[in-house]
Design a protein around this ligand. Structure first.
Ligand code: SF4
Ligand code: SF4
Length: 81
């Protein structure tokens, strides 16, 4: 089970590790990624799923995330319901 509270508390340190800007689905529009966080959630710009590299992101490992495509599908918490 992901500790969502701890994840949000570490947000400042974790967001810079987000791999989304290197992802083939990424659309440059002044977003910073971190779509797996409850407080961020879906992207307003990314609409097409052209591959997801969340699996290789350090945040997936550190927080123990289970899902993919947070940009189009919603945060880990949302997808865990
Ligand atoms: S798991 Fe995905 S959405 Fe979350 S920080 Fe990493 S690359 Fe970004
Ligand atoms: S959530 Fe996954 S698919 Fe979306 S931009 Fe990040 S790495 Fe790519």
């Amino acid at each position: 089970m992901v500790d969502f509270e701890a994840m949000e508390k570490q947000k400042k340190e974790l967001i810079p590790l987000c791999a989304c800007p290197q992802c083939p689905s990424w659309i440059e529009c002044k977003e910073k990624g971190g779509f797996c966080f409850e407080s961020i959630g879906k992207s307003k710009c990314i609409k097409e799923e052209n591959g997801c590299i969340c699996g290789g992101c350090p945040v997936t490992q550190k927080a123990g995330l289970h899902n993919r495509y947070y940009c189009t599908r919603g945060s880990e918490k949302q997808l865990s319901k």
